[in-house]
Design a protein around this ligand. Structure first.
Ligand SMILES: Cc1cc2nc3c(=O)[nH]c(=O)nc-3n(C[C@H](O)[C@H](O)[C@H](O)COP(=O)(O)OP(=O)(O)OC[C@H]3O[C@@H](n4cnc5c(N)ncnc54)[C@H](O)[C@@H]3O)c2cc1C
Ligand code: FES
Length: 259
């Protein structure tokens, strides 16, 4: 993990209320999909905010890293107002990341809303490593869908919207189980309610391994403050250092209220 002052190349709205900030630095190191950065969000917002690595690519003159974020409060509002040329203070890479088994030819990826942020990076890596990827993307309405033209063309995309304005109508959790049959591994990022529904649906079924990236409030992101402690079947875990990726079946969803 390193502290890096990266230069903003671009910071623009890609969907309503969702921005992508592209950053450049010669100091970015390799990272795994699912790992995250703690992002300094100005002097008024003392605590850094956790953000998944959305994209990491080598470019002439350095490495480019992108974060995809939804404006929900003071920190992300501050971030959305930053201009090209300004610096962003990051600690990264943090956490464990998603582990793709090289012996898994078929991967099922599930992204609920802004959960596409780390899932995009995972899809890109999986395609590069020769895996076949099916991505199910769920949002409330068509306007919130991640632009398909930005996704790797090799993946099979299935969209689900709550109001039926694009793709299948309903919730992602209404459809995902049928796709698990042909998948060797399942990876997901989305809201806790989505995971709780998934955990209920697969309870007692002998299904493929499902790994999820858990978003909880974090103080330090470094395993120091214990604000991100959760209960799992293996005992208490820190989401920032033991996660954020966990096996869906390992988390005690009924007791998620932070310890
Ligand atoms: C490992 C990890 C990766 C994340 N990756 C992304 C990402 O790629 N893109 C993205 O948009 N967001 C991501 N988040 C959530 C993001 O950290 C929060 O949305 C952000 O910290 C909010 O900061 P704020 O100051 O704008 O909002 P605040 O003013 O702090 O809070 C505003 C609202 O957001 C909710 N909130 C705050 N922090 C979190 C959180 N950690 N998880 C869920 N809800 C929260 C609050 O309950 C409140 O309702 C991630 C969180 C974690 C733990
Ligand atoms: S956020 Fe401080 S220990 Fe995890």
């Amino acid at each position: 993990m390193k502290q890096i002052l990266a230069t903003i190349i671009n910071n623009s709205e890609v969907m309503p209320g969702v921005y992508q900030v592209e950053l450049e630095s010669a100091e970015f190191e390799p990272a795994q999909p699912g790992q995250f950065a703690m992002v300094g969000c100005g002097e008024e917002n003392l605590l850094r905010r956790p953000m998944s690595i959305h994209r990491l690519s080598n470019k002439a003159g350095g490495t480019e890293l992108a974060l995809l974020y939804k404006v929900v409060g003071k920190g992300t509002q501050w971030l959305s107002e930053r201009q090209p040329g300004e610096k962003l203070d990051l600690l990264l890479p943090l956490g464990n990341g998603f582990a793709i088994n090289p012996a898994s030819p078929n991967l099922l990826l599930l992204a609920g809303g802004i959960g596409i942020a780390p899932i995009y990076f995972l899809a890109q890596r999986a395609v590069k490593e020769g895996h076949s990827v099916r991505l199910v993307l769920g949002t409330q309405t068509a306007r919130q869908l991640y632009p398909p033209k930005l996704l790797p063309p090799e993946i099979e995309l299935i969209t689900v919207t709550e109001d039926g304005s694009a793709g299948k109508k309903g919730l992602l959790t209404d459809y995902w189980l049928e796709f698990t049959k042909s998948a060797d591994q399942v990876f997901a990022c989305g809201p806790v309610a989505m995971y709780q529904a998934m955990a209920r649906q697969i309870s007692g079924l002998n299904r493929k391994p499902v790994h999820i990236s858990l978003e909880v409030r974090m103080g330090c992101g470094l395993g120091i403050c214990y604000s991100c402690t959760i209960k799992t079947k293996q005992g208490l875990k820190q989401v920032c250092t033991d996660g954020p990726v966990f096996a869906l079946a390992d988390i005690l969803w009924g007791e998620l209220g932070l310890v």
